[in-house]
Design a binder for this molecule. Structure first.
Ligand code: AMP
Ligand code: MG
Length: 399
């Protein structure tokens, strides 16, 4: 009988086999959701020049203190270029929003406060220097940090990076995760399931989990309960950074993962004190991290969140940790004697906090229960939880 690992011990074992990622340059539009590898500084002021914040007339505020005042129109600024026109004494220059502020002007009078007639404009309202002007560097000065390292790039980050003139960024790439499922009883959804057969669901759930964790799933296919077929399938797998395989890790006589690796040291089949999710397999196979997860859907999901997701986080440049949320329990959950339990719960926002409400049904093959749940509450070995107890949960819906 192999020894029983705690979840923390097993995670440490897994993470010891996950290499630190190497940054790469990616075009901006491929970098969404990737983690920035190093601080990015602004190579120039943002905005790069003083511009008008309104459609109107550029004037010297000192010229219009006695408004209404009529000024000669000395010219017009076209957006996207510099104008030769100067707002000299007694003169105004027409300027659009975003236009470069002409020399001589220190404020913009909005068009709504002006009356234009012929080559002259009457300014109806006095102004002050700096009004409706967007000074150079107002947003960020050259050399200041635009986006910090370790940030997962969102839409506004990509916009800011483009505004600073970068076409590509140094980020950690998205790991490709090959997903296999094993089991003679499995048939693909869309066909028909005969007696004793079920539709294969784990690879679809795992694909979603991979995406949610920031990776790219590659659906590598189904493998029968045959160790030789599994090893062949792994050899022929599409290129990927990580392999995740569900089912067949227990000690059953037909379980292909355990049997396939029995003769090899590279992949270990272990028992972890987690319920559901006790049997696990991990190792470097053909140079890539290989995860063998138990096939019960809830066991697969728990294993993914506890062990695969932290590994993917390391590969995408984030801390390799399990993300827990704090909640207050509404219900009662018994502990397992020697395993950390995970139980699906409804997660309800109540005031500033979260409430975890037990659902009653909780077998590890009940996918519909899982689909209705918002999270998985952790129950420590040997100490159950009661109504009103503080607890921690892994969110299985949005982040
Ligand atoms: P195993 O880990 O292979 O012993 O499978 C445990 C349970 O999970 C069995 O009831 C399997 O039928 C089920 N199972 C295994 N793999 C899948 C899968 N890919 N999709 C749905 N159920 C599965
Ligand atoms: Mg099986």
């Amino acid at each position: 009988m192999t020894s029983l690992y705690s979840a923390e011990q097993y995670r440490a074992l897994v993470l010891a086999g996950i290499p630190a990622p190497a940054p790469r340059a990616l075009p901006l539009d491929e970098a969404f959701g990737c983690v920035l590898a190093a601080d990015l500084s602004a190579p120039r002021d943002l905005p790069p020049f003083a511009s008008s914040a309104m459609d109107g007339f550029a004037v010297a505020a000192a010229d219009i203190t006695g408004a209404p005042v009529t000024l000669a129109i000395a010219g017009e600024v076209h957006i996207g270029s510099r104008s030769e026109a100067v707002a000299g004494a007694g003169q105004a220059v027409a300027v659009p929003t975003g236009g470069l502020v002409p020399r001589g002007a220190d404020c913009i009078v909005p068009i709504e406060e002006c009356s234009v007639e012929g080559g002259r404009v009457t300014i109806n309202v006095a102004s002050r220097p700096g009004r409706n002007l967007r000074p150079a560097g107002e947003d960020l000065r050259q050399g200041e940090i635009l986006v910090r390292a370790a940030r997962r790039l969102g839409p506004a980050d990509l916009g800011a990076i483009a505004a600073a003139g970068f076409a590509e960024v140094h980020v950690y790439g998205k790991p490709r995760v090959a997903i296999f499922s094993t089991g003679d009883e499995l048939v693909p959804p869309g066909g028909s399931a005969g007696p004793g057969q079920i539709f294969e669901s784990n690879s679809h759930m795992l694909g979603g989990l991979v995406r949610r964790a920031g990776g790219d799933p590659v659906y590598a296919g189904w493998v029968p309960d045959d160790p030789g077929a599994l090893l062949k399938a792994l050899e022929e797998a599409p290129p990927a950074d990580v392999v995740v395989c569900s089912g067949g890790v227990s000690a059953g006589t037909h379980d292909p993962v355990r049997r396939a690796f029995a003769a090899f040291d590279e992949v270990s089949c272990l028992r972890v004190a987690v319920q559901p999710g006790r049997p696990q397999a991990f190792g470097l196979w053909l140079g890539k991290p290989f995860f063998g997860l138990p096939g019960n859907p809830m066991a697969s999901l728990v294993s993914f969140e506890l062990f695969v997701r932290p590994a993917l986080q390391r590969l995408i440049g984030l801390p390799p940790e399990v993300r827990y949320l704090s909640a207050v329990l509404d219900g009662k959950l018994d502990a397992a004697p020697e395993a950390m339990r995970f139980v699906p719960v409804e997660v309800i926002r109540q005031g500033p906090g979260l409430v975890a409400r037990t659902t009653g049904r909780r077998r590890s093959n009940q996918l519909a229960t899982l689909a209705r749940a918002g999270g998985l509450v952790e129950v420590s070995a040997g100490s159950g939880l009661g109504p009103g107890d503080d607890c921690r949960l892994i969110s299985i819906r949005e982040d």
